[in-house]
Design a protein around this ligand. Structure first.
Ligand SMILES: NC(=O)c1ccc[n+]([C@@H]2O[C@H](COP(=O)([O-])OP(=O)(O)OC[C@H]3O[C@@H](n4cnc5c(N)ncnc54)[C@H](O)[C@@H]3O)[C@@H](O)[C@H]2O)c1
Length: 437
């Protein structure tokens, strides 16, 4: 039996020891799912606070209940560490580290490289390494594999490598980790086969593709599709603004067509670690092949112009009341990048706050999911959404539509409301106070 056949047998028997590098929004839920499937998991993170939290049976990810962490640990199926020497004892290593952009908006794969260096120091025959971080096509083949083969071991013979994009949607109650099919692409057929087997223990459906590049491109297509369609919805919002039409009414009516139309909504701009970032990874790669990714460039331009458009609209709304932005009191409702999450990465709220602060506005925010916020070195704290907080602001601006907010009260108590999400659509009284994107 070869070492990879031995691994295959251990996976079948659920005796493979799983490693997860990066215990964030993606890595922690994945680790917990492997534990639920009865497999032993070790999580690795550079962040000691995360490791300490897990040691105290505490989850810091909203979609993962602390009881799940406690149950996996009590069963002896989950531990977390900053000690990467323990990678040697893992049979399967999942890499779930961040893939942000640099200041100049180029892919920053330094976290992948750092994780890879830790693996390279410990890799041995019979291991399967799976990259789950979103990245440009070719990362696994051109970066990952050569670094690991630099040890003298051969992919497909001694060890396996696959790319399996993470498709988790934080706060989505309809589709949890297990329900979203897992796409896998291996460097060689045996790599695809092993990765398919391991994920079949956790995911209801696994979708193999023929290469790591293809699997990388699947993820970029999905997120580029969203970014471009949101870009279209945002441009339609800008058109409707110029035409003095209600974009929400137009989109909702169009969405009644039972075929050939898919609803995407406009908003204050894109946020999160995926949709604003991932298409740029693809555009960057295509640029290196002298191929301009025109749809991506256009959508990026439109989507990133939305915070400025929102600021202009705020200016107009205040102007109706003969109030200057400079010195005005503005209350933002929601700063997270989307509903019911605490994640503020790339949130358009941050840009809107910067633009308003630059124009001299006095800004406060209220977000039940984001207690504190660091805005370019200044710490801001969420305020309670009291009647007094609403009535003392010149303008209330809805940026994120979290569940549990009483918009009837928001409108009743606010001087005026600017709504970038159509969150106030069900409000009956006081509609004359509302202005929408
Ligand atoms: N957040 C999402 O909704 C989502 C969805 C699908 C895919 N993704 C992709 O998954 C990847 C991870 O995203 P995330 O949102 O989980 O990020 P995250 O920032 O929440 O978590 C990443 C974790 O990795 C740790 N880390 C960084 N470098 C490390 C290293 N060298 N070794 C060990 N740990 C390290 C960080 O401390 C952090 O805890 C990204 O490529 C992202 O694009 C994210």
């Amino acid at each position: 039996m070869t070492r990879l056949e031995e691994l295959s047998a251990r996976i079948d028997a659920k005796q493979a020891h799983i490693g997860v590098i990066g215990l964030g929004y993606v890595g922690l839920p994945l680790a917990i799912e492997f534990g639920k499937a009865g497999m032993k998991v070790t999580g690795f993170d550079l962040d000691e606070q995360k490791v300490r939290a897990i040691e105290k049976d505490t989850s810091y990810i909203e979609d993962v209940p602390s009881e799940d962490v406690a149950a996996a640990r009590a069963a002896g199926l989950f531990d977390a560490t900053t000690d990467f020497t323990k990678l040697s004892s893992c049979d399967v290593i999942n890499v779930c580290v961040p893939t942000p952009l640099t200041k100049t908006k180029d892919p920053d794969v330094s976290h992948i490289v750092r994780a890879l260096e830790e693996i390279r120091m410990r890799i041995h025959a019979g291991q399967l390494v799976i990259l789950g971080s979103t990245t440009y096509p070719g990362t696994t083949h051109d970066l990952f594999v050569p670094m690991l083969e630099g040890t003298g071991l051969k992919v497909g013979t001694d060890f396996s490598v696959a790319f399996a994009p993470e498709r988790i949607d934080p706060a989505n109650k309809d589709f949890g980790v297990r329900e979203v099919p897992k796409v896998v692409g291996g460097e060689t057929p045996i790599c695809t086969e092993l990765a398919t087997k391991i994920f079949s223990h956790v995911f209801a459906d696994v979708v193999p593709v023929t290469s790591t590049q293809s699997a990388e491109m699947v993820k970029l297509l999905e997120n580029t599709f969203r970014a471009i369609n949101i870009g279209l919805a945002n441009e339609v919002a800008l058109m409707c603004d110029r035409l003095e039409l209600d974009v929400w009414e137009v989109i909702e009516a169009a969405a009644t067509k039972p075929y050939g139309f898919m609803k995407f909504l406009p908003g204050p701009g894109l946020g999160g670690h995926c949709i604003p970032v991932d298409p740029t990874y693809l555009a960057w790669k295509m640029k290196s092949l002298n191929f301009p990714a025109r749809f991506i460039e256009l959508a990026t331009e439109i989507n990133s112009s939305m915070p400025r458009h929102v600021t202009e609209k705020i200016n107009d709304v205040l102007n109706e009341d003969r109030i200057a932005v400079n010195g005005s009191k503005i209350l933002l409702l929601g700063v997270a990048y989307k509903s019911n999450v605490s994640d503020v990465r790339e949130s358009p709220a941050l840009d809107i706050m910067r633009l308003l602060a630059h124009r001299g506005a006095e800004i406060q925010y209220s977000d039940p999911h984001v207690r504190e916020l660091d805005l370019d070195g200044t710490s801001l704290k969420s305020i309670d959404l009291t009647d007094d907080a609403l009535s003392s602001a010149d303008l209330t601006v809805v940026i994120t539509q979290h569940a549990g907010i009483d918009y009837d009260r928001v409108v009743a108590k606010s001087h005026r409301v600017f709504d970038t999400r159509n969150a106030t659509k069900g409000v009956k009284d006081g509609r004359e106070k509302i202005r929408k994107l």
